[in-house]
Design a binder for this molecule. Structure first.
Ligand SMILES: Nc1ncnc2c1ncn2[C@@H]1O[C@H](COP(=O)(O)OP(=O)(O)OP(=O)(O)O)[C@@H](O)[C@H]1O
Ligand SMILES: [Mg+2]
Ligand SMILES: [Zn+2]
Length: 372
């Protein structure tokens, strides 16, 4: 990128990575929060101008860099063994994967991380391990935060009971749905060479339900008003044990700004992944694997993800991530470093141990960066 700039080009990147941000000449920061709480220009200018703005989340994280935090590492419960793996570039390696703790698998690009974990480990232990990817949550265009977190069922029951009508009236694929858009709230316009454009349905104004259904109220609100509440607003609205429990969980993972009815196909990659993880929070004794879960996440979001991972592990689950982010690697209880290089020069175990152990290994790139 520096080469491109020095040749009189202009390069604009959308970025979360602090090294890239520090190397740029001019920064435009959007925020301050996410979703409803974002959308404003928080700061613009060089890194130094921006650092002065107390509202800037990015500045806060760039400043706190280099702060050393002593961390207590958890002890493994047991081990799942991989023996003599030699797929792709792996050099006949055997490794013990600890359970009950937070494990990071590291190494340069092409060193064999995904091969070892996604192709060898998760297949050998298919009955014990759950892989969580970045893909969107579900493909149903009517799926929303409310349906995915399973609060919609209870909400429909509350409306039905309050108004003494059938609960199915409050679903988008029943006769309660707007007949014009079939409960989607929008119509798609085919733009030939471009992506389809969605325009709000004229009949229901995007409310998705027919007028009869919208006349039924619960605590003074109709079903559309309830579905357009944010998680934060909904948290104090229902006073219903099961709904509150699930909504609080969404709040804890930092999705408080999303609307209950926001459809899953509109969530960002990071939001989708956190939602998937959160749906596992009631489980115990599970082993979750993620390949580069922080790619595309801002430092502030990485913190939220780490909190969620800690919670899962503290409840008795195991979490293994393949990672490049030093913030995440430094937070892990155990690191398995592959390399030393990519491709045929990789595929070996360079080190295994706590981040402190890895930082003492001379030929480990991860170790040298951790040391810094
Ligand atoms: N299906 C395949 N057939 C042949 N070689 C493969 C295959 N998949 C991966 N490789 C090679 O094996 C090596 C390890 O790849 P792998 O995807 O495991 O790397 P990685 O450590 O996950 O890298 P990254 O950080 O870039 O994701 C690479 O040299 C890659 O080109
Ligand atoms: Mg990979
Ligand atoms: Zn409609």
């Amino acid at each position: 990128m520096n080469k491109l700039r020095d040749a009189q080009n202009t390069v604009i990147v959308v970025e979360h990575n602090d090294d890239v941000i520090k190397a740029s000449d001019y920064i435009l920061e959007l925020g301050p929060g996410a979703g409803k709480f974002g959308g404003e220009i928080i700061a613009s200018g060089s890194l130094n101008d921006r650092i002065c703005n107390p509202k800037s989340v990015t500045a806060k994280f760039l400043k706190s860099n280099g702060k050393k935090i002593e961390k207590v590492r958890r002890k493994p419960r047991e081990y799942l063994e991989i023996n003599e793996a030699q797929l792709h570039n792996l050099k006949n390696i055997s490794v013990k994967i600890p359970t009950g703790i937070f494990v990071a698998v590291t190494g340069v690009s092409g060193s064999g991380k995904s091969t070892l974990i996604n192709d060898v480990f998760t297949r050998e232990y298919a009955d014990k391990v759950t892989f969580i990817d970045h893909s969107p949550v579900g493909s149903n265009p009517r799926g929303s935060i409310a349906t995915y977190s399973e609060v919609f069922e209870s909400i429909r029951e509350l409306f039905a009971k309050e108004n003494k009508v059938n609960k199915s009236l409050f679903s988008f694929n029943s006769k309660g749905a707007c007949p014009e858009c079939n409960g989607l709230g929008y119509k798609k316009i085919d733009m030939h060479f471009m992506a389809d454009v969605k325009i709000s349905c004229e009949t229901c104004g995007g409310k998705k339900f027919n007028q009869e259904v919208l006349n039924y109220k619960y605590k003074g609100k109709d079903i559309n008003e309830v579905l357009t509440m944010t998680i934060a607003e909904a948290a104090s609205f229902f006073k219903h044990q099961d709904i509150d429990k699930r909504i609080n969980m969404l709040k804890e993972i930092g999705l408080d700004y999303l609307e209950l009815g926001q459809t899953l196909d509109t969530l960002s990659g990071g939001e989708s992944q956190r939602l998937k993880l959160a749906s596992k929070l009631h489980k115990k004794n599970e082993f979750y694997v993620m390949d580069e879960p922080t790619s595309g996440l801002h430092f502030a979001d990485i913190e939220k993800l780490l909190k969620l991972i800690d919670k899962l592990v503290d409840q008795g689950n195991s979490v293994l991530v393949i990672e490049h982010s030093l913030d995440v690697i430094g937070h892990a209880d155990w690191v398995i470093d592959l390399g030393p290089e990519g491709g045929d020069q990789g595929g070996q175990i360079v080190g295994e141990g706590t981040p402190e152990d890895i930082s003492k290994i001379k030929n480990s790139y991860t170790g040298q960066f951790l040391k810094k």
